[in-house]
Design a protein around this ligand. Sequence first.
Ligand code: 2P0
Length: 326
Amino acid sequence: MANTGKARAYTNIALIKYWGKKDDDLILPMNSSLSLTLDAFYTETTVHFDETLKEDQFYLNQTLQNPTQTKKTTRFLDLVRHEAGITTPAIIESTNYVPTAAGLASSASGFAALAGAASLASGLELDLQALSCLARRGSGSATRSIYGGFVEWQMGSNDLDSYGVPIDDASSWDLAMLFVVVNQKEKVISSRDGMKQTVATSPFYSGWLESTAKDLITIKEAIKEHDFQKLGETMESNGLKMHATMLGATPPFTYWEPDSIQAMQFVAELRQEGIPCYFTMDAGPNVKVLCHKSDLPKIKAKFATIFQETQLITAYPGPGIQLSKG
Ligand code: 2P0
C-alpha cells in the first residue's frame, strides 16, 4: 500500500444544473447535468494512512477540525477503507485555493480531491470513471470535477453507472467566467436541504425535470457547434428554472439577494449594448457571468462601476484532477 496520496481538483460550475436526488445515500441525481471546470478555485488534499493513529485527523486550511467537522470526511474515507479492505485511520490535509477571501470554497473540488488522494493512498487503483463514482458519494457536484472543460454527469440508475463524462476540454473556445461575489457568508439553506425540500414539495419540479432533459440536449449541440449564443441562452434559462422551483417549494425559499438581481439585470443590459454574456446562479447569492475571453476586460470594467473590484473574480476553463503518490 502506498500509504500516501495527493490530489488537486478544480471546482466546476453547472450550466445545466443538478437539483434533486433520487437516492440520498448513493447520491444519485434526478437529472443529468453539465458543467464547466474552472481554473480559479481548487482544492489540494493529501491523505496518509497511519497505523499509529487512533482516529482520523482532518486539517482544513492548516487548522485541525473537531470531531463534528471531521464526520463527513471520515464517513467518506470509510467507503474507501471498506473498498480497500483496511481499517487504518488517516491524516487528511486539505487546502482550498480561492483567490482573495471570496468564501467560494466548494464541495465539488473538495470531495473530488479527497476521492483522488484517498483512493491512491489506500492502494485502490481506480480509473477516472470509478473515481468519478467515488467522488459522487461525497458530493454530487464532485462527480464532474474529475475532468476538465465541459463535463456531463450522466445520472444513471445505480452506484456504478452515475458518473462524469468529458464532453469537450473547452480549449478551442475563448471562454471566461466572471464571478460576481455578492455575499461571502455561509448559506442559510444548504443545497442538500434545499434540493430535498424542492423535490418533496414544489409543484414546478416535474416541469423542471422535463425541460432540463431538453436543455441538456440543446447545450450539447451548442458545445459541438461552438454556438456561444445558444450555449449562453440555454445556461441562463436552465439556471432560472432551477431557482423558480424553489419559489414553488413549501415553505418557499430563494438564494437571491438584491445585489444578485442587480447583477443579473446588468448582464441583460450589457447584452443590449451588444456584449454577449449570460449569467447563472447556484445555491447562493453569487452571480457567474459566462463570456468570451476577449470581452472579459470590458465586462469586468463595466461591473466595476457598480461592484467593488474585490467582488469580481475571473476564471477560465480548467483541467481535470491531478494525482500523485506520496
Ligand atoms: C450544481 N448545485 O449542479 C448544483 C446547482 C447547486 C446548484 O451541485 O448534496 O454540494 O453534496 O450532492 O453537489 C450543489 O450541490 O450537493 C450543486 P450534494 P452539492 O452544481
